[in-house]
Structures are given as C-alpha cells and as structure tokens.
Write a protein that binds this ligand. Structure first.
Ligand SMILES: NC(=O)c1ccc[n+]([C@@H]2O[C@H](COP(=O)([O-])OP(=O)(O)OC[C@H]3O[C@@H](n4cnc5c(N)ncnc54)[C@H](O)[C@@H]3O)[C@@H](O)[C@H]2O)c1
Length: 398
C-alpha cells in the first residue's frame, strides 16, 4: 500500500511512519516542520534529543528499514502542491496527523487560537477538497481526540464510537429512532477544531463518498516503540513543558527529576489514555480495515483505559516516592467527570491493550532520568489560562 503520513515528523506520526515502512508499505512523510518551529518560538526542546528529519530518515535506512520519502509542505497553505502530490503519488491512503495538537497552546493568546483554527481546519479541508479534485479513491485515516465528546458529566452513560442512537418524539406522540453524530462539547479551541473536522468528514463522506476513518484518540503516553529504539537518531520526541506536555508523561518526567507532580484542581478529571505502541498499532489496524465504498465515516475510540488524574498522580507517587502539588487549574473545566468509553471496534480487530503497568511506567521514568539535565524546570508549570479568571488564579499560586 502507498501511504502518505501527514505530520509524520511529530510525536505520534514518526513511530507510525516507521511502523508502516517496517510492515512493507511505501511511506511518504509530508510535514511542514511547524512543531519544531513552535519549540523554537516557545524556547523549549523535547526532553529526548531528536534528530533532524533528514538524519532520522538516513538512520532508518541504515538500520535496514525500507526507504521513507519526505516532502516539506504546509497542507493548510499550499493547496496546489498538495493536489499535485496526490495526483503524482496516487496514494491508497493518507494518515492525517498534521494539526496543532496542544490545548494549552491553542488557549495561549488570540494569535495561537487563530493559528490553531486556520491550521487545523484549513489543513483538513484542503485535504478533502484535494481528494475530490484529484478524483482518486483515497482512504483518509484521521487522528481526532476523545475530547470531541467533552469532559462534562455523561451521567454514567457509555460513550459510543462516534454515533448515538436517539429517539425523536413526534407531535402525535409517536417516536422514530435516528443514528446521529454524538453531540460535541469541546473544552478548548484545539478541541473545537477537532469537532469541526468531524463535521467536514461527515459532509465530504455524504457528498463525495470519501472513505474516512476518524480515530478519537485518548492522551498518548510513553515515548518509543521497538523500532524507534533501534538507533538514537530514531528517538521519538518527549514533550514535558506546560503547553505541549501531556499529563501522564509529565508526571513520570516530574517524578524522574524530583519535581512535585503538578495536579491541576482536585485531580478529579477523568481522561482516556493509550500507549504510543498501541496508537501505532491502531493506525495500522484502521488502514488494514478501510470503510467500503458508500460506507459512513468509521469512528473508533482509540483508547485503552480511563483514569482520574489524582489516581494517576498517586500511582506515580507510589512507584517513585514523588510528592504531589495540587495547584490552581489553568483550564476552565468540570472539577470532576465520569468517562466510560466503548472501544470495542479496535478490540474486535485484535488490539491487545497495553495498560498502565508498573514496568512501562518505570520505562518512561528511566528515559526521563537519562535526559534530566536537558529539562528546563521553569518551563514545567502550565501558564496558558483558559480565561482571565484562571489567569488570576495561576498568578496567585504560592
Ligand atoms: N499526542 C497526543 O496525546 C494526542 C492525543 C489525541 C490526539 N492526538 C492527535 O494526533 C495528531 C498528532 O499528534 P502529535 O502528538 O503527534 O502532535 P505533534 O505536534 O507532535 O505532530 C504534528 C505534526 O504535524 C505537523 N504539522 C502541523 N501542521 C501542519 C501543516 N499545516 N502542514 C504540514 N504539517 C503540519 C507538525 O510539524 C508535526 O510534525 C494530532 O492531530 C493530535 O490532535 C494526539
């Protein structure tokens, strides 16, 4: 299969690209390297030292991997080049990771809000319009987020895989049932762009019959896969800063360097998680099981387990002896929430979930310890506030 991996230089995209090449697919990474540029703008670096994309690809070939091509292209701004690329390469599938993916970054300022909307929505729409114009039958696998469902109370209901069956009451007292997209409830500008993506997919699938799989992914933890461990130049990125670091990797890294675990609010927030190795495996399963012609957008909940943030902190503290620091929450969000998720689609396709075991948690702590001297402690606190109210609360932190 020929696969374009949009955003293949990023945290989820890089291990996915090498995994697909290892499985024998013809892989081309398309990336504008904006994530590396954002690191420079923010004055932070991945905790793990990451090689340039050129060195990554060279190293991959040197360890015996099938050659991966690279094209520097901005999918949100360079529509004509994207269309030409599709026409020329005629891929069977496109895996779309190429979005600004940090909720705190998206809430940093009106400039980052606007950038996130322009980049994510235009990028997705350009891809869809280009596929229509190319007249090619290309399967899109898109990385969405569990956050499209929202983290308010679901009143104990199980979140289905994308679609909800509802009963609609009629004036005469009768009812009919309908399968609709699950209502969205974004909690940040970033999450809002993912809900807009979902609607774009719904429309282009209905109007033009584009075959799409939308993966509502949980928070990804871990760093490397067995393939990215083959050579130091293949090492995956590890974000730990207040904008791009995600909760579990941050706790593990904080424990590794003796920094008190930064729990926001009460820690009653429940979130869905998936290990990077399972994320990679899920993308492969989605590519191997494309929707058939005329089929509605396939939506999978790409997560393996849910945890309360405070419970995660307790687990990491028990493993490492770390202290916990409950601090003012920069996000405007429910103090606590329930999150029961149906993930049977991937389980039925054979996914064997990698759950939070002590060995794997310790592995991440080891990676973080190895690179502890690269950590800039001043960049650990989350300072991007959702509203001025949260900004005031952060400013009053002891
Ligand atoms: N990391 C997580 O925990 C997580 C969780 C759920 C969903 N996701 C989704 O998975 C996808 C990938 O996330 P990630 O963690 O790898 O993020 P990342 O920022 O590490 O990678 C995204 C990549 O896309 C590239 N990119 C961004 N905009 C582009 C554009 N306009 N044109 C070309 N390339 C562009 C970036 O340079 C970067 O290499 C995102 O869409 C994200 O929303 C990630």
């Amino acid at each position: 299969m020929k696969v374009l991996v949009l955003g293949g230089d990023g945290f989820c995209g890089w291990p996915c690209a090498v995994n697909l090449a290892d499985a024998g697919h013809d892989v081309m990474i398309v990336d504008n390297l904006s994530r590396r540029k954002i690191d420079i703008d923010l004055g932070v670096e991945s905790l793990t030292p990451i090689a340039t994309i050129g060195d990554r690809l060279k190293a991959w070939e040197q360890v015996g991997g099938k050659r991966i091509e690279f094209v520097l292209l901005d999918i949100a701004k360079e529509y004509d080049r994207l269309l030409d690329l599709l026409r020329c390469e005629k891929p069977d599938a496109v895996v779309h990771f190429a979005e600004q993916r940090a909720a705190p970054y998206s809430m940093k300022s009106s400039a980052t809000k606007r950038y996130t909307v322009d980049n994510n929505v235009n990028g997705t729409h350009n891809l869809l319009a280009a596929i229509v114009e190319s007249e090619l039958d290309i399967h899109i696998v898109h990385l969405g987020t569990m956050g499209v469902y929202g983290y308010g109370s679901h009143r104990g209901a199980t979140i289905p895989e994308g679609y909800l069956t509802v009963e609609v009451p009629q004036a005469d007292g009768s009812r009919f049932t309908e399968r609709i997209l699950h209502p969205t409830d974004p909690g940040s500008v970033y999450h809002m762009t993912k809900t807009l993506d979902q609607l774009l997919f719904f429309y282009y699938n209905k109007n033009d019959g584009i075959r799409i799989t939308d993966l509502h992914q949980g928070i990804v933890w871990g760093t490397n896969t067995t393939l990215t461990e083959k050579d130091p130049r293949l090492t995956n990125r590890f974000d730990y800063d207040g904008d791009y670091g995600t909760v579990l990797n941050r706790f593990l890294m904080q424990a590794a360097i003796g920094y008190p675990l930064t729990v926001h609010g009460t820690g009653g927030q429940t979130r869905a998680f998936i290990h990077i190795r399972d994320s990679v495996r899920c993308v492969q399963l989605a590519l191997d099981h494309p929707p058939s012609s005329g089929e509605k957008v396939k939506i999978f909940n790409q997560m393996t387990e849910s945890h309360r943030v405070a419970d995660l902190a307790e687990k990491v503290a028990a493993l490492t002896g770390a202290q916990t620091n409950y601090q003012a929450n920069p996000r405007k969000e429910a103090i606590e929430n329930d999150l029961i998720v149906d993930n049977s689609c991937f389980l039925e396709l054979g996914l064997q979930p990698t759950t939070l075991d002590v060995g794997l948690l310790a592995e991440v702590v080891d990676v973080a310890r190895r690179w502890a001297d690269r950590c800039d402690r001043s960049r650990i606190p989350c300072l991007s506030a959702w509203t001025t109210r949260q900004a005031e609360a952060i400013a009053a932190r002891p």
